[in-house]
Design a protein around this ligand. Structure first.
Ligand code: FAD
Length: 483
């Protein structure tokens, strides 16, 4: 690969360190330009106060500042990448456009078209692994097939990494900065949120490379306790790095390297290896999606496509109650309030709410998945789809489908004192730790003393768990043999 002039197109890799495509461009050409495109097809349907757009906007500013420190700049455009990128490549007369690979089916399709267009103009389109540690064909079973269960995948993943530690090597940018194309005079300032058609506002959490590093530094001080604390939403003990991993403001190699070192040298206690496992789940779901693109619309296990989910007015009402956090199950409602108000939901609660929608309300997992996609700051197709299919028991899960979460025991177990519920469902804030998980079991006079009339200040449960459980077992009986 020898080029004089190249263009790095940033997508979900908004950083200027340990960046595979940037490294490849800088080490093989001596005029490297950088571009980010606000994709109008993605942006147009979003609400004007979308938190993710604010995060991207702030992260782009941080990327541009870093590129300027290195003597370059970020060109920012808005439109359809398939039109904007080839036009810019022609304007700059580059030999190649370099990107970090994106594995989502729509991105794969778009990149195939991009390659064709650029090739027609006599330019190369080069993709590099950056977003994951191992791509879909790198971790295989002994029979050279794909894994479909997490634990054996994780063991093979760890084995491969031990055999190939160079996988974690960083792609340095600084030493090759002299190969950046300097900012042309009169480069326009980055567009403001208003200029790209959005309302001004702060990102939902510290954005950009420095935001990611700040969160990570804070987290490594707490990582030792992660194995114990990660399941308790009130403790807020997780890293909150998912949005940064989604938009590539941090490097997965950097995180895995640190977690692995901390696990090996003992500095990270037991928590570091548990956290490393979570990062492996991310690779796992990326692999599952890449190898099984049918999961976007259908069940991972085809037999489960036969499930008849609830439909009609009642199902619509139940779905609306779930979305709006008024199911009458306090932990579910608290979780949905956290999601609606902040764009974040704790992992344990994603499992609880997804299980509640599919197993208690009998609503199709795809509807919940789409709602999460609209609301989650860290929304990522592979992990979201994997998480939903896990909860609905239609996915690659070693757990049998007849294990159904009880929303009340999940609440007493993971929010024993009711602290999380009190934070997000203020109507219940005076209820004791014993009363708060199932207020319909508390005497009316006791509730009244605490300012709660059920059906007025807080909803009665929209379904009865035991009856719902029976219906779910019947629903799943159609796939009993296949499961
Ligand atoms: P930490 O506990 O600090 O974990 C570190 C990182 O590991 C996360 O940032 C994430 O990248 C990865 N990770 C952790 N758990 C998982 C997991 N189960 N699957 C895949 N990766 C994982 N994660 C997303 O990034 N985007 C989603 O859209 C998404 N949707 C989900 C939907 C459902 C129904 C479920 C059950 C889980 C979903 N997850 C999703 C996984 C997980 O809930 C989040 O990654 C996690 O809550 C983010 O918080 P954190 O960064 O503090 O996590």
């Amino acid at each position: 690969m020898n080029m004089s002039n190249s263009l790095v197109w940033f997508r979900r890799d908004l950083r200027a360190f340990d960046h595979a495509a940037l490294y490849q461009a800088l080490t093989s050409s001596n005029r490297v330009h950088c571009v980010f495109v606000y994709d109008s097809d993605i942006l147009d349907p979003l609400p004007r106060d979308d938190r993710r757009v604010r995060f991207i906007h702030a992260s782009i500013a941080s990327l541009d500042a870093e590129l300027r420190r290195l003597g370059a700049c970020l060109i920012v455009r808005q439109g359809r990448p398939l039109e904007v990128v080839p036009a810019l490549a022609a304007e700059l007369d580059v030999d190649a456009v370099l990107v970090c690979a994106d594995y989502e089916p729509e991105a794969v399709e778009r990149d195939a078209q991009m390659e064709e267009r650029l090739r027609a103009d006599g330019r190369q389109f080069l993709k590099f692994k950056d977003q994951v540690i191992f791509e879909q064909h790198e971790v295989l079973t002994l029979a050279k097939g794909p894994f479909s269960v997490f634990t054996p995948y994780k063991n093979a993943w760890l084995k491969r990494l031990a055999a190939m530690p160079e996988t974690l090597a960083a792609w340095p940018v600084d030493p090759y900065a002299h190969n950046f194309a300097p900012p042309p005079s009169g480069t326009p300032a980055l567009p403001s949120l208003e200029e790209i058609g959005f309302a001004p506002g702060e990102p939902p959490l510290p954005a950009g490379m420095e935001g990611a590093e700040m969160l990570f530094e804070d987290f490594v001080n707490r990582i030792a306790d992660y194995g114990r604390a990660r399941d308790f939403p009130a403790e807020d003990s997780t890293s909150r790095l998912s949005v940064h991993l989604r938009f590539g403001t941090t490097s997965i190699r950097h995180l895995v390297r640190t977690a692995r070192q901390m696990a090996e040298n003992g500095a990270g206690g037991a928590g570091a290896s548990v956290w490393l496992s979570e990062l492996i789940w991310r690779d796992f779901y990326s692999m599952i999606l890449a190898r099984n693109p049918h999961v976007v619309e259908r069940s991972f296990k085809p037999a489960f496509d036969a499930l008849a989910w609830e439909s009609g007015d009642e199902a619509e009402e139940l779905f609306a109650a779930w979305c709006e956090g008024r199911t009458g199950y306090p932990l579910v409602d608290a979780a949905m309030a956290q999601l609606n108000q902040t764009g974040f939901m704790h992992n344990r609660l994603r499992m609880v709410t997804a299980s509640f929608l599919t197993k208690d309300l009998g609503v199709d997992w795809r509807r919940g998945e789409r709602y999460f996609a609209l609301k989650l700051n860290d929304y990522e197709l592979a992990s979201n789809n994997g998480g939903w299919q896990w909860a609905a028991s239609t996915g690659c899960d070693a757990q049998p489908w007849f294990r159904i979460f009880n929303p009340v025991s999940q609440s007493t177990r993971f929010d024993a004192h009711g602290e999380f519920i009190r934070e997000w469902v203020p109507a219940l804030k005076l209820l004791s730790a014993k009363e708060i998980h199932a207020p319909w079991l508390v005497a009316e006079e006791v509730l009244a003393e605490k300012g709660v009339v059920l059906g007025q200040d807080y909803p009665l449960p929209v379904v009865e768990h035991d009856a719902a459980r029976k219906r779910t077992l019947e629903r799943f009986a159609v796939v009993k043999k296949a499961a």
